[in-house]
Design a protein around this ligand. Structure first.
Ligand SMILES: Cc1cc2nc3c(=O)[nH]c(=O)nc-3n(C[C@H](O)[C@H](O)[C@H](O)COP(=O)(O)OP(=O)(O)OC[C@H]3O[C@@H](n4cnc5c(N)ncnc54)[C@H](O)[C@@H]3O)c2cc1C
Length: 406
């Protein structure tokens, strides 16, 4: 303990990891290496306020560059880690250097899932993951332009809402039968489809895009039903894949993420991992999960820092997520997969309601639209794995926190 710590990847988890290490009293050498040309930054505004031009790049940074200097942290940007030699306890960098570590943290995050169809490399076709991606997209965000979004998940729909506000004409092409199908129940998907359609968006579901073709001054997005959407620009937002290759090449076990225990430790006692790239045992759900959220990146960073400091503490936080589209804030606590009953509280028509997901009578997740106060109580109920009377949950006259626990 106390020897040099190297952090691979300079994203959200890395930023919180260094803050936690210093806050927990680690005074040794810390080096953070990231392949992007930025200090660790937050990605959520990329598909929201930053895409809309409401905030500048400095607002994205978790800490300004001076903070790292003052905290004695060595930041190496624009440089990839290309290999880990666990026996020698060294890492190789893309600029040819080799650095020694005592302990290593992998916060390599994830990258966009690419579509294996013709035309994705054409000018005017974009993915949305980094500051540079959004800077390029923003140049095309001009009122009246036609935008095709491939993928009706959070990021595609958030970008849609921003584009509508900017006066673009948007078509959303979703392969599944409904939008956001991976994370929310059909009633919530229907709600968001209605919201977007009311805002003038052409939302098409059950559409598989087969290719993109360049015309003289536009793009044609072709799908398997024979339909063609003509657009000036295209954003592909079809999910992400975890960056596990570096860990796997070093012989660390991976399975939909780098496998870590509840303390963020990999199978190598000198290596921890945190954030999107990990697969961890969930205390609350009793199974392994890989999460893609800021809350997870921050919580796991704290846990990994504790392990690096020789004071391991388990990861017990309940997963939370959020999304912002138009005037709507969707907050999610818990994982709804496998639910067998659903309770609706409030009226979707009023754009303020909540869905409670139950499994064998236990509350496993809640989705809340524009209900921030109620949501705070929902977090507690889900964390407690509460058995709550459905008729009370349903009744807006009964405060959520007072709903009878069975
Ligand atoms: C547009 C967008 C909107 C989002 N909105 C929300 C939201 O509203 N709410 C929410 O909870 N979450 C949201 N997320 C998800 C959230 O941002 C991620 O879960 C979070 O960034 C994960 O942090 P991370 O540090 O694990 O990974 P990342 O932020 O992906 O950082 C990993 C970094 O490591 C670098 N790296 C990888 N391999 C190497 C290597 N070999 N050498 C050097 N560097 C390397 C990568 O380039 C990257 O910079 C959003 C994500 C995106 C893209």
């Amino acid at each position: 303990m106390g020897g040099p710590i190297i952090i691979v990847g300079a994203g959200h988890a890395a930023g919180h990891l260094v803050m936690s290490l210093r806050a927990d009293g680690f005074s040794g050498s810390i080096t953070v290496i990231g392949e992007e040309p930025h200090v660790p930054y937050q990605r959520p505004p990329l598909s929201k306020q930053y895409l809309g031009g409401e905030v500048g790049v400095a607002k994205l940074y978790l800490r300004p560059v001076e903070w790292y200097r003052d905290a004695g942290i060595d930041l190496i940007s624009d440089t990839a880690v290309t290999g880990i030699d666990r026996a020698a306890k060294t890492i190789a960098l893309s600029d040819g250097r080799t650095l020694e570590y005592d302990q290593l943290a992998l916060t390599t995050g994830s990258r966009v899932r690419t579509l294996p169809i013709p035309g994705v490399d054409l000018p005017g076709v974009f993915y949305l993951r980094t500051i540079q991606d959004v800077d390029r997209i923003r140049e095309h965000f001009v009122a009246g332009r036609r935008l095709a979004i491939i993928g009706g998940g959070y990021i595609g729909l958030e970008a849609t809402a921003v584009a509508v506000k900017k006066g673009l004409v948007v078509t959303v092409l979703e392969m599944d039968t409904r939008v956001m199908s991976r994370v929310v129940a059909p009633i919530m998907s229907e709600f968001f489809e209605d919201v977007h359609r009311t805002a003038g968006v052409d939302v098409r579901t059950s559409v598989r895009v087969t290719g993109i073709v360049r015309n003289e001054d536009s793009l044609s997005v072709c799908s398997d039903d024979g339909a063609i959407v003509v657009a000036d620009l295209v954003i592909i937002a079809v999910g992400i894949v975890p960056n596990v290759e570096l860990a796997a090449a070093a012989g660390l076990p991976t399975d939909n993420g780098i496998l870590v225990d509840e303390f963020g430790r990999t199978s190598d006692p000198c290596i921890v991992a945190a954030g999107d790239c990990t697969n961890h045992p969930s205390f609350i759900y009793g199974r392994r999960v890989r999460l893609e959220s800021v809350q997870n990146a921050m919580s796991q960073a704290r846990v990994a820092a504790a392990a690096l400091n020789g004071k391991p503490k388990p990861y017990t936080d309940v997963p939370t997520f959020w999304s912002e589209q138009y005037d709507l804030r969707l907050q999610i606590v818990g994982l709804s997969q496998g639910y067998d009953d659903i309770v609706v509280r409030g009226d979707p028509g009023e754009r303020a309601f909540a869905l409670f997901y139950l499994k064998e009578g236990v509350l496993v997740a809640v989705d809340a639209i524009n209900k921030p106060m109620e949501f705070m109580h929902c977090r507690r109920l889900v964390a407690d794995r509460a058995r709550v009377a459905p008729d009370q949950l349903k009744d807006p006259a009964v405060p959520v926190q007072d709903a009878v626990r069975l």
